[in-house]
Design a protein around this ligand. Structure first.
Ligand code: FAD
Length: 437
C-alpha cells in the first residue's frame, strides 16, 4: 500500500494496481490487542482507501504465477495482466514448528495477518479456558499479555531460551521485561522446550515439555516466528536467499528485470553488521516502500536503502521497552567492539507529576569514532519515541561528541529536565567509557 500510494502521488500519470487476496486488511501490529484492549477485530481494520482515493486501482484476488519473460501476471480464475514494473510485497506467514509433534492439530492456532482468521481465533479464545502460547518473542508476549487480561483465562507462555524477548533485547533489558511479565497473569515458563503436543480426537489436550512436565491446555497459539512468503517469487525464478527471502540490492531490485521486492518477503541487511538479518517490521517495510516508490521509474534521487536498523518497541504491563541497532549479543555475533553508556532518570521535571515514569537510556557506541551503533530505552511511554531519535542517530552516523551538544526542547509536563536529559546523559556516560577504553 505504501509503495503504491507513494508512487501514485509522485507519478499521478502512471497506472498503478494493487492485487491482494485479503479483502479486509488488518493493522498487523494491532493484532495482539484485538483480544482485549481493542473492543473488536473491526477496530483493527485497515483498508486500501488512501491508495484508491489517490487514484490507484485494486483487484482482490490471489496471484497464481508470474511470467517474468513475457511480463505477465496470472490471476485466479484464469485472468492475465501485463506489467511494466512489478513489486513483490507478499509479506510473511507464520512459521510452523514441524519438529513439534501435533503442530498442525485442530486447536493449534497461528497468528495470521488476516481479518477472517483473526475473527475466528478471537472466537476460539473466548471459548477456551486454558491457553498456551508457544514462543516468547514480542508477538507471543503481547498476545499472551492481552489474553491473560481476560477474566477466567489461564495463560501459559513457553520460551525455550533463558529470557523472553531475548532476540531483540540485551540481557539487562530482558531482566526488566521478565519482571514486567511476572506481574501479569501469564504463567511464564522460560528455559522450557516443548517436546510434543498431546491430543485426543484430534483436539489438543496438553503440552509435554522436555524433562517430562505436562501442562494441560485446551488451545495452543504458536508464535515461533514468521517466514518470508515467497513461493510465488520462487516459482517465477527470482533469486532467493538461504532463508527464503527475495534477494534484492540496495535499490530493492530483485534478480529479474523490472521486478522489485519490499517488506517481509525481501532480504534485509543489518545497517551496522552488513549481514542478512531477517528483520520483519512494519517500520522497515514502509521505509523500503517509500524508497522504492521514489526510484521505481528511474533513480532520480539517490535514496537507496542503507540497511536495516531494526527499531523495535513494545509495552508489557505498562513498561515500554525499545531497541535499535546493535546490543551486546548482536555485537558479539558480528565481532563488533563497543562501549556502552547508560542513564536513568524521571521523564518529567520535577518528577512529582502523576504521569511521570522512570526512564533508562542505554547507548552502544563505537570505540573507533564514537558513532552510535545501537540503543535501548525503557520505562515510560516516551521510550517509544526516544528510540526513533536513536534510530535516526544510528542511520546518520551521529557520534557521542555531536550528541552531547544537540539542542533539545524540554517542558516539565512533557520531558525530562534539560540538566539531565536521558539520551544526552547516556552519551556523556559513553564518552567517559570511550576515554578509558
Ligand atoms: C501480531 C503482529 C504484531 C506485529 N507488531 C509489529 C509492531 O509493533 N511494529 C512493527 O514494526 N512490526 C510489527 N509486526 C510486523 C509487521 O506486521 C510486518 O513487518 C508487516 O506486516 C510487513 O508488511 P508487508 O506488506 O511486507 O507484508 P504483509 O503485511 O504480510 O502483507 C502481505 C500481503 O500480501 C498478500 N499476498 C501474499 N501473497 C499474495 C498473492 N499471491 N496474491 C495476492 N496477495 C498476496 C497477503 O495476503 C497480505 O495481505 C507485527 C506482526 C504481527 C504478525
Amino acid at each position: 500500500m505504501v509503495t503504491g500510494l507513494t508512487a501514485k502521488k509522485l507519478y499521478p500519470e502512471k497506472s498503478i494496481l494493487i492485487i491482494t487476496e485479503e479483502k479486509r486488511g488488518l493493522v498487523p501490529c494491532g493484532i495482539p490487542y484485538i483480544f482485549h484492549d481493542l473492543e473488536s477485530v473491526e477496530q483493527d481494520e485497515m483498508g486500501l482507501n488512501p491508495f484508491m482515493n489517490a487514484g490507484g486501482e485494486v483487484i482482490y484476488a490471489q496471484v497464481k504465477s508470474v511470467d517474468t519473460r513475457k511480463k505477465r501476471i496470472f490471476i485466479s480464475p484464469g485472468k492475465v495482466l501485463t506489467y511494466d514494473k512489478l513489486v513483490f510485497a507478499t509479506g510473511s506467514i507464520p512459521a510452523e514448528p514441524k519438529f513439534i509433534d501435533g503442530y498442525s492439530l485442530r486447536s493449534v492456532e497461528y497468528i495470521y495477518k488476516s481479518f477472517t482468521k483473526m475473527k475466528q481465533l478471537k472466537e476460539k479464545v473466548s471459548k477456551a479456558k486454558k491457553i498456551a502460547v508457544i514462543g516468547g518473542g514480542f508477538i507471543g508476549v503481547e498476545v499472551a499479555e492481552q489474553i491473560a487480561k481476560i477474566p477466567g483465562k489461564t495463560v501459559s507462555l513457553f520460551e525455550c531460551e533463558k529470557y523472553c524477548l531475548g532476540k531483540v533485547f540485551s540481557d539487562e533489558l530482558c531482566k526488566e521485561a521478565a519482571e514486567a511479565i511476572k506481574k501479569t497473569n501469564i504463567q511464564v515458563h522460560t528455559n522450557a522446550r516443548v517436546d510434543k503436543l498431546m491430543w485426543s480426537n484430534g483436539k489438543v489436550t496438553g503440552i509435554l515439555l522436555y524433562g517430562g512436565e505436562v501442562i494441560y491446555v485446551d488451545l495452543v497459539i504458536m508464535a515461533i516466528g514468521y517466514q518470508p512468503n515467497t513461493w510465488l517469487a520462487g516459482n517465477a525464478g527470482l533469486e532467493l536467499t538461504e532463508s527464503g527471502a527475495i534477494r534484492v540490492d540496495r535499490y530493492l531490485r530483485s534478480s529479474a528485470k523490472d521486478i522489485y521486492a519490499v517488506g517481509d518477503c525481501s532480504e534485509t541487511m543489518g545497517f551496522i553488521t552488513g549481514a542478512e538479518n531477517g528483520i520483519m517490521l512494519a517500520s522497515t517495510a514502509t521505509a523500503e516502500a517509500r524508497v522504492l516508490a521514489y526510484n521505481i521509474f528511474g533513480i532520480k534521487i539517490e535514496r537507496h536503502f542503507p540497511g536495516t536498523i531494526g527499531v523495535f518497541s513494545t509495552q508489557i504491563n505498562g513498561l515500554t521497552m525499545a531497541a535499535a541497532g546493535i546490543n551486546e549479543k548482536i555485537a558479539a555475533r558480528a565481532h563488533i567492539n563497543y562501549v556502552s553508556g547508560e542513564f536513568t532518570d524521571i521523564d518529567r521535571h520535577p518528577g512529582y507529576f502523576k504521569d511521570a515514569s522512570k526512564l533508562t537510556v542505554k547507548l552502544y557506541v563505537s570505540p573507533g569514532d564514537g558513532s552510535i551503533l545501537g540503543g535501548e530505552v525503557w520505562g515510560g511511554k516516551s521510550a517509544g519515541e526516544i528510540i526513533n531519535i536513536i534510530g535516526m542517530a544510528i542511520q546518520k552516523q551521529v557520534n557521542v561528541y555531536e550528541l552531547i551538544s544537540y539542542q533539545i526542547g524540554t517542558h516539565p509536563l512533557l520531558t525530562g529536565a534539560p540538566t539531565k536529559y536521558a539520551i544526552i546523559k547516556a552519551a556523556e556516560d559513553a564518552l567517559h567509557g570511550l576515554k578509558s577504553a
